[in-house]
Write a protein that binds this ligand. Structure first.
Ligand SMILES: Cc1cc2nc3c(=O)[nH]c(=O)nc-3n(C[C@H](O)[C@H](O)[C@H](O)COP(=O)(O)O)c2cc1C
Length: 205
């Protein structure tokens, strides 16, 4: 059976429209994939300080063996890296905040994008190492954004970041217009839920 890692940040709780998309994914994919849930609300991802960044550089770029305190400082990063590398599919679920992904989701990305793990530099340039992983990004936004609208920074940022680690697929599913007219929101949510159904059918046929 395929494995799915869900990385979520859903601070609106039961009212969250992004959660509705994730719930739909979980309901439709039940029995078709194992699921590991990394809930960023419950535990924030680690952030580099001077000590851990130096340890990362020494080990992942310098090939040095770490001291016990250095290894301990990288352990929270290493645990998240092991988790994402083990997944066949990764589903991100979060709200749009300030036209982009919430900071804690970017912090997660910064915590797992390690040289020698998710990417590496070769003589011919950078190489993504997450190239068997399929990803989906489920997100709600107050505004409704046409594809390419520069105010929606979610796809451009993740296109670059997820592209850099070479993921096999990126699928954006946006329920837009949650702060607009209820009938528009309803229609957009239904469209997004249908897109989730299609995602599940494509991934777990
Ligand atoms: C702190 C904050 C910032 C937001 N920034 C934006 C924004 O820049 N653009 C937008 O369209 N909606 C914005 N919204 C609205 C949310 O994207 C919208 O309420 C959406 O439904 C949130 O997803 P959720 O229902 O899963 O929490 C913001 C909401 C909050 C709470």
């Amino acid at each position: 059976m395929k494995s799915t890692l869900v990385v979520s940040y859903l601070p609106s709780g039961a009212d969250s429209v992004s959660k509705k998309l994730l719930d739909r994914f979980l309901e439709k994919s039940q029995g078709k994939t194992t699921v590991v849930h990394r809930d960023l609300l419950k535990a924030h991802p680690p952030v580099f300080d001077e000590f851990s960044l130096a340890a990362y550089r020494a080990r992942n770029y310098g090939g040095q063996k770490l001291s016990e305190p250095q290894a301990k400082a990288l352990q929270p990063f290493d645990a998240l890296i092991k988790e994402i590398k083990a997944a066949d599919h990764v589903v991100f679920a979060f709200p749009m905040h300030n036209f982009s992904l919430p900071g804690v989701v970017k912090t997660y990305i910064d915590a797992v994008f390690f040289h020698g793990e998710l990417f590496q530099y070769t003589a011919t340039g950078p190489q993504g190492l997450l190239n068997k992983t399929k990803t989906a990004i489920l997100y709600a936004s107050g505004g409704a954004y046409e594809p390419g609208n520069p105010y929606n920074v979610v796809p451009p940022v993740l296109d670059i970041d997820l592209g850099f680690v070479g993921v096999a697929e990126k699928r954006y599913i946006n329920a837009g217009g949650t702060l607009g007219a209820p009938e528009v929101m309803k229609k957009n949510l239904e469209t997004a839920q249908n897109d989730v159904d299609k995602l599940v059918a494509d991934w777990f046929a």
